[in-house]
Design a binder for this molecule. Structure first.
Ligand code: GLN
Length: 256
């Protein structure tokens, strides 16, 4: 009887460890490995935010995906990208479901209550997109009383929600907000500058107003007190100093 029980326990133990290594959650922050046997780090993102993260040829590509890949390589990890809604990223990082989040994510005091951030790797601003013809919005002051599209849970959402009498329409993808704008369902969309430029390049009849909001800084978020944060910062600062971060950004953004 004892033998049967230990055999069953051994099988269960094996299955559990196989499951964990397959999911990558057993990756110890300490461990390094060759590319083939390297431990995995799971990155949460929302791959609908060109040029930072978007799907091309079945792969998540973009500035964040490339920086994350170099970072993980340098630390001896294999990167696994988990695509999810933007507002699911911080809960996934805070609960340890994933190892870090990178999604053109702005550092805010409120987010700092739930997660830690690395040093910033670039900056951006929110901008307003409107239809070229017959727009009732010429600046941020005109947003009051209008119907404005944002991406759920973003800094654009926070800014617009503070405007008087505004009707905020929240979309899980910025591209859906832009589509609604082009179909005349919205007066404006507020979103980060670089994705806004990607959207205006891809859609005829919309334009960005020259009235940007305050500067925001993008950083990687990690679970509070994670041992990885310091390691990420060391490598990230090296990658900024040796020009790797700038080169990756320039590859995706021409005017930088
Ligand atoms: N920078 C914005 C934020 O952090 C938007 C990010 C995004 O939509 N991926 O809220």
């Amino acid at each position: 009887m004892k033998k049967v029980i230990s055999a069953v326990l051994a099988v269960l133990f094996c299955m559990t460890s196989m499951m964990f290594s397959a999911c990558g959650f057993s990756a110890s922050p300490e461990s390094k490995g060759s590319a083939a046997g390297a431990k995995k780090l799971h990155m949460a993102t929302n791959a609908a935010f060109e040029p930072y993260e978007y799907v091309e040829g079945g792969q998540v590509v973009g500035i964040d995906a490339e920086i994350a890949r170099v970072l993980c390589d340098k630390l001896g990890y294999t990167l696994v990208i988990d695509d999810m809604d933007f507002d699911a990223i911080i809960p996934a990082v805070a609960s340890g479901k994933v190892d870090f989040g990178m999604a053109g994510m702005t550092v805010t005091e409120e987010r700092k209550q739930s997660v830690d951030f690395t040093d910033p790797y670039t900056s951006s601003v929110q901008v307003i997109i409107v239809n070229e013809k017959n727009s009732k919005v010429a600046s941020a002051d005109d947003l009051a009383g209008k119907t404005v599209g944002v991406q759920l849970g973003t800094t654009g959402d926070i800014f617009v929600s503070d405007v008087n009498d505004v009707k905020v329409e929240r979309f899980s993808k910025g591209s859906d907000a832009v589509l609604a704008l082009t179909q005349g369902e919205l007066d404006a969309v507020v979103i980060d500058k670089d994705p806004a430029e990607a959207f205006t390049d891809q859609n005829i009849g919309i334009k960005i107003l020259n009235d940007p909001f305050e500067r925001e800084e993008y950083a990687i978020c990690l679970k509070k007190d994670s041992e990885l944060t310091e390691k990420f910062n060391t490598v990230l600062n090296d990658l900024k100093a040796d020009g790797t971060v700038d080169d990756i950004i320039k590859k995706y953004i021409n005017d930088n």
